[in-house]
Design a protein around this ligand. Structure first.
Ligand code: BGC
Length: 354
């Protein structure tokens, strides 16, 4: 790292410490923490919320946990209520990264520190820290899996590929896409991978709200327009499990060719079951317990004026600043290792997956 960058980071940490020192009650155990989650519709956010609440309470904080039903206006008013009801720190997983400006301005006026949880809050100076998984690495794991399974360096090909990405308002979606496409693009350029639909740009492959139904209806259109004559789709890059479910549903109803490689992310129960049934090839495990524990630690550090634990001060630029981040490590998951990483670790019980 260059010396100027190191000095910048040190200076930045020192400034953050000074600005928080006046606003925290010193982790007295009575401080209230606001936790704003996007939706209960997707399994992972329920787990994230549960762990956050449990761990924050264990650490002695009062917790105001809210889910916003994927509605931006609801999330905005929930965060404003958290500010008005005296929360000392806000932990926010945004529905739409750029939509909470008003609430963030209020937080800034009251000197309330904000941690962006899993998804970066965009276009605001008020985001103090970001805790997430290494989102680019998630995409890399997915892209490498397709590369290895199709043996792209040795096999003759060409192989057919389709791509289903995430929500355009979620900064993570771009990182997942970029991580995977940086692996796959050279093979698309050389003609070894062919995207038969021609849809490769992020704007073409995005899935509004990450919804299974939206991914399914686009996949149905692709299958009926380009694969109805029996052409095989060899691999379908899906950025996460909710979109992978949509693609698997579309294939079940509209496809007669050989079943493709399908990627995913999150290890949702429905998708682990699909992996065991051979309907999804892999997922990426992001242990929400690790992320929640990290965020609880950061909350404690902020409230007691300690240096906050970050491991990345370069990657996550939200349009106004590079947000000091802590990146947890995502783990490859498939039907061969799920027992070890999901059941032995206590994340799921065997009966959850039966
Ligand atoms: C998260 C993914 C999740 C997706 C949809 C992303 O921001 O990082 O884990 O699958 O949102 O909820």
């Amino acid at each position: 790292m260059k010396l100027t960058k190191v000095l910048g980071t040190v200076l930045c940490s020192a400034m953050l410490l000074v600005s928080f020192a006046g606003c925290a009650a010193g982790g007295s155990g009575k401080d209230k923490v606001g936790v704003s989650m996007p939706t209960k519709d997707l399994q992972r956010w329920n787990q994230d919320g549960d762990y956050m609440k449990q761990e924050l309470e264990k650490a002695g904080y009062e917790v105001d946990l809210q889910y916003a039903a994927n509605d931006v206006a609801t999330q905005l008013s929930q965060v404003e209520n958290m500010i008005n009801s005296g929360c000392k720190v806000l932990v926010i997983a945004a529905i739409e990264g750029s939509s909470l400006g008003e609430a963030l301005d209020m937080a800034e006026a009251k000197n309330i520190p904000v941690i962006a949880y899993d998804r970066l809050l965009m276009e605001s100076d008020t985001v103090d820290y970001y805790a997430t998984f290494d989102n680019y690495m998630v995409g890399t794991i997915q892209g490498e899996f397709i590369k290895d399974q199709l043996d792209l360096d040795n096999a003759d090909g060409p192989f057919n590929l389709e791509i289903t990405g995430g929500d355009p308002g979620d900064n993570n979606a771009l990182f997942f896409y970029q991580g995977a496409m940086d692996v796959l693009n050279p093979y698309i350029d050389s003609g070894k991978l062919v995207v038969v639909s021609g849809q490769t740009e992020f704007s073409d492959i995005a899935t509004a709200s990450w919804k299974t139904e939206n991914a399914q209806s686009r996949a149905e259109t692709i299958l009926s327009s380009f694969y109805a004559d029996g052409t095989n789709v060899d691999a379908w890059l899906c950025s996460n499990d909710s979109t992978a479910l949509g693609v698997a549903n579309a294939l079940a109803a509209n496809y007669t060719g050989e079943y493709p490689i399908i990627t995913g992310q999150d290890c949702d129960i429905a998708n682990v079951k699909n992996m065991l049934d051979g309907k999804q090839s892999m997922s990426v495990f992001k242990d929400t317990r690790t992320l929640a524990a990290q965020v609880v630690k950061m909350v404690g550090q902020i409230l007691s004026g300690e240096t906050v634990d970050v491991n990345d001060t370069e990657t996550y630029d939200n349009g106004k600043k590079v947000v000091p981040s802590y990146l947890c490590e995502p783990v490859f998951a498939d039907a061969n290792n799920y027992e070890k990483i999901l059941i032995d670790s206590g994340y799921y019980s065997a009966s959850d997956l039966a």
